[in-house]
Design a protein around this ligand. Structure first.
Ligand SMILES: [Mg+2]
Ligand SMILES: [Zn+2]
Length: 184
């Protein structure tokens, strides 16, 4: 019976600058350093029943800076560091902008794919990231979308004021976002 496959809300999550420090292209597991409060925030989302799904642009692959194999090792390292908060899935775009693919945020290809592969309740799902491309991917997909002020967040917030008529909601970090979204 399909009733067992109960739909769950998803936290669609950018990676670099949102969960871990973003020093530019993360090309090796050694470069993974979690941001303050990220692990605890994700533990809270999981406890609240959310699927945790990373949606990231990794054009470093298309540019030849690292391989898919290395990215797998990077994600394994992230899983180790996140422990009980490790994501349910990682979806990434390996392309460069000139490829004009449908999976590079702000395009929604990877969100659509996740939606097909997981029992996701879209109405209760949310996207969070530090770039306008994260925000726009979430909006294009039709879910609530927010900025974190880690990573490029401050720059993104400033750009959002020039680009959008409406104000964007932004949070100091994932932990503050969890406070807002899940309640303290
Ligand atoms: Mg980012
Ligand atoms: Zn792509």
């Amino acid at each position: 019976m399909d009733q067992n496959k109960k739909k769950r809300p998803a936290l669609f999550l950018d990676r670099d600058g949102t969960v871990n420090y973003d020093p530019g292209y993360i090309s090796s597991p050694k470069k993974i350093q979690l941001l303050y409060g990220a692990r605890e925030a994700l533990i809270r989302f999981r406890a609240a029943g959310y699927l945790i799904i990373v949606i990231s642009n990794q054009s470093g692959i298309g540019r030849g800076y690292f391989s898919d194999r290395e990215l797998t090792l990077i994600h394994q390292r992230m899983d180790e560091k996140l422990g009980p908060a490790k994501p349910d899935a990682y979806y990434y775009c390996p392309h460069i902008p000139d490829d004009r693919c449908s999976c590079r945020k702000p395009e929604t290809g990877n969100l659509e794919r996740a939606y097909q592969e997981w029992p996701i309740d879209k109405n209760r799902s949310v996207m969070i990231g530090d770039s306008l491309s994260d925000l726009e991917a979430g909006r294009n997909f039709g879910i609530a979308s927010f900025l974190v002020l880690t990573g490029y967040g401050h720059k993104s917030l400033q750009r959002s004021r020039e680009k959008y008529p409406q104000q964007v909601q932004a949070f100091d970090n994932l932990a503050r976002f969890a406070d807002y979204f899940l309640g303290k």
